[in-house]
Design a binder for this molecule. Structure first.
Ligand SMILES: [Zn+2]
Ligand SMILES: [Zn+2]
Length: 453
């Protein structure tokens, strides 16, 4: 267990001691079952998942194939269909927010004096320079330890797999892979222009994309046609590094956007449009425009929605029906065809879906002022959420215990409300909402305690 994992374990334990043991005797029968038994049960329906209307913008790079109005309509219709087939919900709607040039998008949202930029810039792989990976070794190891060694070795050529028996071996393999791949990309051209030409390089950096996605406050879905280089040295995502160091899509945090619960997603058509063999997601045969749009809708947009809405992580060893499967053996077109051939939800994603079902039930009960059912559902979500989720897990846990704290306060159970607020602050101290809430609760109880003394 890494230091970060230990820290988290301790934090969550204290959250559970405060809230979990206080589960009322009147809990519904289903919740009295052990988590193992619940995992086998059928996934609860998503009838109480909120309708999410997502603001969709296109960010267009004039070096690459365009994305027309008709393209977007087709992509989103396919995304909606695939989302419903895989997740059993039909709660997402789209609103067109128009088109920006890539220069406008980055001109407005890549704020280089922001803290967000400073943090991301410190993790940047510098193209054409010597990069010191050892500075990032701890974070790289913590990142890859989210997966089992067997899952990760699957990324190496079969003849080499025996060399990668430990996380340290895999770290060394990843460093080599990233260095060689980016050196090769540095000399590639598209339409006679260098892919990483200085005029455009900043718009093709994944880290810069993360900054702009996080700082913008208008969009939930960003569609682009540009090439995006995976240049985050601290989190060498296996499917990016071993694929082509190209980013096709992402789910990222954005505190200003509430439609996806503080997330924003991005998807790129570049892999479906390019003729550079390293990046082609079409296999060796050209695809029709409709197919290009269907593949992006299903395999990229619906996949990113799976991250953002259900907190599903990428998986590398799930069955063919899994929309979150990110095996590098498949290009997008093959991945899409596999999904068509294997309709319906992924059985191995069930624990994530079940935990999230309880979260949405809890949110619904909370919105109706049904405090005790809300607490019960939040409790199950807290306990059943798997360790590997999209986004920063302690932040999500903090969000849950904060809502539980509010519900306890409505029930007049101030001690439990305070414990919940304390747990939220411990889990995610960067959100002032939690510290303020804790202070409010403590201020209320202080006079009563003085009286007793
Ligand atoms: Zn993914
Ligand atoms: Zn799955």
């Amino acid at each position: 267990m890494t230091r970060t994992q230990w820290l988290f374990f301790i934090l969550l334990s204290s959250a559970l001691v405060g809230i979990g043991l206080a589960m009322p005797e009147t809990q519904p029968a289903a919740m009295a079952k052990a988590p193992d038994a619940l995992e086998d049960a059928e996934t609860g329906s998503f009838e109480h998942i909120p309708t999410m209307t997502l603001s969709v913008v296109r960010v267009i790079d004039d070096d690459f194939a365009p994305i027309s109005d008709d393209d977007v309509t087709r992509m989103l219709a396919t995304a909606q269909w695939m989302y419903k087939d895989k997740f059993g919900a039909d709660n997402v709607r789209y609103a067109d927010a128009g088109v920006l040039t890539i220069e406008q998008f980055f001109g407005t949202y890549l704020n280089k004096s922001s803290e967000v930029y400073a943090n991301k810039n410190a993790k940047r792989y510098l193209v054409g320079q010597d990069n010191n990976f050892t500075l990032h070794k701890d974070s790289i190891l913590a990142f890859i330890k989210q997966w089992k060694v067997e899952e990760l070795t699957g990324f190496f050529p079969e003849s080499e797999r025996a060399h990668y028996a430990t996380y340290d071996d895999i770290y060394a393999g990843i460093v080599k892979q990233m260095t060689e791949k980016i050196a090769a990309i540095g000399i590639l051209t598209s339409g006679g222009k260098a892919l990483l030409r200085p005029e455009k390089a900043a718009f093709r950096s994944f880290l810069n994309w993360l900054v702009a996605l996080e700082l913008q406050d208008r969009y939930d879905v960003v569609l682009t046609n540009t090439f995006i280089l995976y240049d985050d040295i601290s989190q060498p995502s296996p499917h990016s590094i071993f694929g082509s160091c190209k980013v096709g899509g992402v789910s990222h945090q954005n505190t200003a956007r509430t439609a996806l619960g503080g997330r924003v997603i991005m998807g790129s058509t570049f892999g479906m449009d390019t003729d550079i063999p390293l990046f082609m997601e079409t296999g060796d045969k050209p695809v029709a425009r409709d197919t290009r749009n269907d593949v992006i809708g299903a395999f990229v947009i619906a996949h990113e929605l799976g991250h953002a809405i259900f907190k599903l992580p990428d998986h590398y060893d799930h069955p063919p029906e899994c929309l979150m499967n990110n095996s590098k053996e498949l290009n997008y077109r093959e991945g899409y065809e596999l999904l068509l051939a294997h309709p319906g939800p992924c059985p191995r994603c069930h624990p994530w879906m079940e935990a999230r079902h309880h979260f949405f039930e809890a949110e619904f009960a909370f919105s109706q002022g049904q405090w005790q059912p809300a607490i019960d559902h939040y409790n199950v979500a807290l306990k059943q959420t798997p360790s590997n989720v999209d986004g920063y897990r302690p932040r999500y846990m903090a969000q849950i215990v904060y809502k539980m704290s509010q519900a306890y306060e409505h029930l007049g159970q101030n001690d439990l409300a305070i414990k919940g607020a304390q747990a939220a602050v411990k889990l995610y101290r960067w959100d002032n909402t939690y510290t303020d809430w804790l202070k409010t609760l403590e201020a209320r109880t202080a006079p009563a305690e003085q009286k007793q003394n």
